[in-house]
Design a protein around this ligand. Sequence first.
Ligand code: GAR
Length: 196
Amino acid sequence: MLKIAVLVSGGGTNLQAIIDASRNGSLGNTEIVRVISNNADAYALERARAAGIETAVVSRAVNPEPSDYDRALIDAVDASQADLVVLAGFLVKIPEAMVAKYRMRIINIHPSLIPSFCGTGFYGLKVHEAALARGVKVSGATVHYVDEDMDTGPIIAQKAVEVLEDDTPKTLQRRIMEEAEWVILPQAIRLIADGH
Ligand code: GAR
């Protein structure tokens, strides 16, 4: 049984995709044991509660000192006894001490085809604004392991999505979520659960 902790910051549609995949059996031998948010108002927390999953909030508001925040986040993950940590729209950098402790056991979904439109400052809608500004005709999503830098760890899965002539950042974001993110994130978890 692979125990999974999911870290979130916002709406939680990727969390929902994982919950749905877990329910229909496509995540293999796994259990989502805890959802942790840096934002007490994240709708993702509602999704977790509705699914009966334990939640925790570790925010900078409560831990203004960076070292306290890092410690509190690591403690919240440790307490879940998770084997795998999934960043599903978690928009805060992972502390180096946590990367070291959970090396190759933290994965992240990023809404572009890495190495395009990734790294510091590229998160959420900003990624799609940059892709449209550059005029790319194909974008997509990537699931990768998390290392000490931003979006640089080994790639597990990618899926391309066509950019349409009349796309706005929001329409592109939504299509990439539907066609790529919600597909490859559960698939990547399944691969890991199956020992690949
Ligand atoms: C998703 O598009 C995810 O790929 C992105 O934030 C969104 C969260 O949506 N993550 C990043 O940009 C990480 N750099 P969600 O809360 O509905 O899953």
